[in-house]
Design a protein around this ligand. Structure first.
Ligand SMILES: [Fe+2]
Ligand SMILES: [Fe+2]
Length: 146
């Protein structure tokens, strides 16, 4: 397991926390499949990794779209900024897979998931998602956060 759900920061809105927990399950499964591919670089392990990675990309598209729809519905003031972070992350994780397909550099993929992605996710939840969830719940943002 790469990351324990219990270390994930919680926000004020349950539908967002639930999506983040599902995200962690998928990331842990990707990590397990990365380790399997590292040990045995056969086509079967590659296909399994590709399938779970695609599921995760689809889940991420849904994760971001649901937050964005709610932000638009509620007229969240920092919508363009929050959406900008989502768009950048989504294009990064799609590009990462394209790169892996062409060079099969499993260490680079592992390194990204292990460090860059986890850091991005935790920071995003602690900042943008926290402020946004507070706004969804109360119509206000936490003092001094934005
Ligand atoms: Fe989120
Ligand atoms: Fe978000």
């Amino acid at each position: 397991m790469l990351i324990d759900k219990n270390v994930l920061p919680l926000v004020d809105v349950d539908f967002m926390n639930n999506t983040h927990f599902e995200d962690i399950d998928l990331i842990n499964e990707i990590y397990l499949n990365i380790e399997n591919f590292e040990q045995n670089q056969n086509i079967e392990n590659f296909d399994k990794l590709k399938s779970i990675y695609n599921q995760w990309v689809d889940h991420t598209i849904q994760h971001f779209a649901t937050e964005e729809e709610e932000m638009q519905k509620k007229g969240f003031f920092a919508y363009p900024f929050h959406k900008g972070e989502h768009d950048k992350n989504l294009s990064d994780i799609k590009a990462l897979w394209q790169e892996f397909e062409s060079n099969k550099d499993i260490k680079a993929l592992k390194n990204y998931i292990e460090y860059d992605l986890i850091n991005w996710l935790i920071n995003h939840i602690k900042s943008m998602d926290t402020v946004t969830a507070r706004f969804f719940k109360t119509g206000m943002s936490p003092c001094g956060m934005l």
